[in-house]
Structures are given as structure tokens and as C-alpha cells.
Write a protein of this length. Structure first.
Length: 256
């Protein structure tokens, strides 16, 4: 088994990899679009695995999530394009690993990418699904953490149909995909925090007497937001006065 290089050198290698691999850049763009547009996170992860498996040499992809009991459980999200691997994917749904156990557990504990040249050569203590993988013809594997700040949110695991010593191009690809996913999650968290902050400010404004508003400024003074006090004083709710194409504006019903 082989771990990835340190983070500083990894970033440089990933940058070089993307510079010489337009296919990787295209894949990351597709992942960014699909994850951002997916109706829910499960669909986003499933689409990510599909894109990686369809456009690379990985034939099976799966997602493992940490639990409150310090173990890794299958997220129920996995993908393969080849029917012969369905038994492996379905059988894995009920598996779980303690932190430090198996490929998902080791990756989660170390927060580093781990490459396995041939999972069928590992003793059962290191790869409990060895017999299942052998029966389906799965050999090389890689596990990569998806991190957000200092937290590992999930572990992505991919399998190949052939044994292979550590392939740094493939390592860079899956690590870049994981880093890209982490960046998207960070953006979504920031957006959620911003929405929550705006909602808090709106609730605060609504408790104040009179009308509290924000506006674009002269000459039109188009209202961006209004507190609920506008209903008590004007008879109009804030949506009626904030909408750009509204037939009435706050300027129309207020006087100097």
C-alpha cells in the first residue's frame, strides 16, 4: 500500500497535472456543473462517481461516511457501468469499518490518499472484502478523503479491474476531484451561512418600530429590503414594494 506525497508537493503536482491534462480539466468542469445543479447531495455524489468511472480507468466508485460511533458506513451511493461488478456494489452496502480498519477506515484515520496495488493480495485483516473483490475481478484500489477545513467529511473509494502499482497520474486525478468537491462544499456552506445571516438580520429588522429598509440609492432609491413595519404603516407588504416591476414603490407612497 502507498500513501500520497505531502500536501505542499501534492498541490504543485496537481497544478502541473491539470496543466498538461485537458481531459482532467474537462472532467472537473463537468463535475462542478453537475454537483452544483443536482437536486440533492446524494444525486450530486452519484453523478460525480459516474463521471469519474465513465471518463477514467476506474470501474467502481463508492462513498463512505463517518458516523457518530467512530466508524465508516456505506453512504448507499456507488456506481459502476459494468454489470459484472453489481454484486460487489450491492454486497458492500451493508458493510461498515471502524476508524483505521479497511481501506475506508485507514483513509479516514490518516486523512491521506491510500493506494492498494491489488486488494486480493491483502490479508483479510487489511481488506475484509477481499473474497468479494476477487470473485468480481476487482484488483487495484484507491481511497481519498474529502476534507472541509480540518474535517474529513467522507471517503471516496475507486477500484480498477487490473492490479497496478501506484499510478501517480490516477492519484492526482482522484485527489483533484476530491479537492474540487471539498471546494464546492465549502462554497455551499458559505452560501448557507450567508443566507442564515440575512434571515437573522431580517428577523431583527422586523422587531423594530417603523420601517427599516436598505436601498440602492439615488436617483431611484429602489428598495432592496423592507421590514414588516411597512405593512403597518403603508398597507403594503415588503414583497410588493421590493419587486423591481411592482406598479408601486415606497417612493410613491412616502412624502418628505
Amino acid at each position: 500500500m502507498a500513501h500520497s506525497p505531502n500536501l505542499a508537493s501534492l498541490q504543485s503536482l496537481q497544478d502541473d497535472f491539470l496543466a498538461v491534462s485537458p481531459e482532467a480539466s474537462t472532467l472537473l468542469h463537468m463535475i462542478s456543473v453537475e454537483v452544483s445543479q443536482a437536486d440533492n447531495f446524494e444525486l450530486a455524489l452519484r453523478r460525480l462517481l459516474e463521471l469519474v468511472c465513465v471518463h477514467t480507468e476506474w470501474v467502481v466508485g463508492e462513498v463512505w461516511l463517518p458516523t457518530a460511533e467512530q466508524s465508516l458506513q456505506h453512504s448507499k451511493v456507488w456506481f459502476t457501468i459494468q454489470p459484472k461488478y453489481h454484486d460487489f456494489g450491492e454486497a458492500s452496502l451493508n458493510w461498515h469499518f471502524d476508524v483505521g480498519e479497511g481501506l475506508p477506515g485507514q483513509v479516514y484515520k490518516s486523512a491521506q490518499t491510500l493506494w492498494v496495488a491489488d486488494v486480493t493480495d491483502l490479508p483479510p485483516a487489511l481488506f475484509r472484502r477481499r473474497k468479494l473483490a476477487r470473485s468480481c475481478g476487482l484488483r487495484a484500489a484507491v481511497g481519498v478523503p474529502v476534507t472541509l477545513d480540518a474535517d474529513t467529511l467522507m471517503v471516496l473509494v475507486f477500484f480498477m479491474s487490473e492490479a497496478r502499482d501506484c499510478d501517480f497520474l490516477q492519484v492526482h486525478l482522484v485527489e483533484t476531484v476530491a479537492a474540487h468537491l471539498g471546494a464546492i462544499l465549502r462554497l455551499k456552506r458559505t452560501e448557507a451561512e450567508l443566507v442564515a445571516h440575512q434571515q437573522y438580520l431580517q428577523r431583527l429588522m422586523n422587531t423594530l418600530p417603523g420601517i427599516v429598509f436598505t436601498a440602492q440609492g439615488p436617483p431611484d432609491w429602489h428598495m432592496r429590503s423592507l421590514s414588516d413595519g411597512c405593512v403597518r404603516l403603508t398597507g403594503y407588504n415588503h414583497q410588493e414594494l421590493v419587486t423591481v416591476d411592482s406598479p408601486v414603490s415606497l417612493n410613491d407612497i412616502t412624502y418628505p
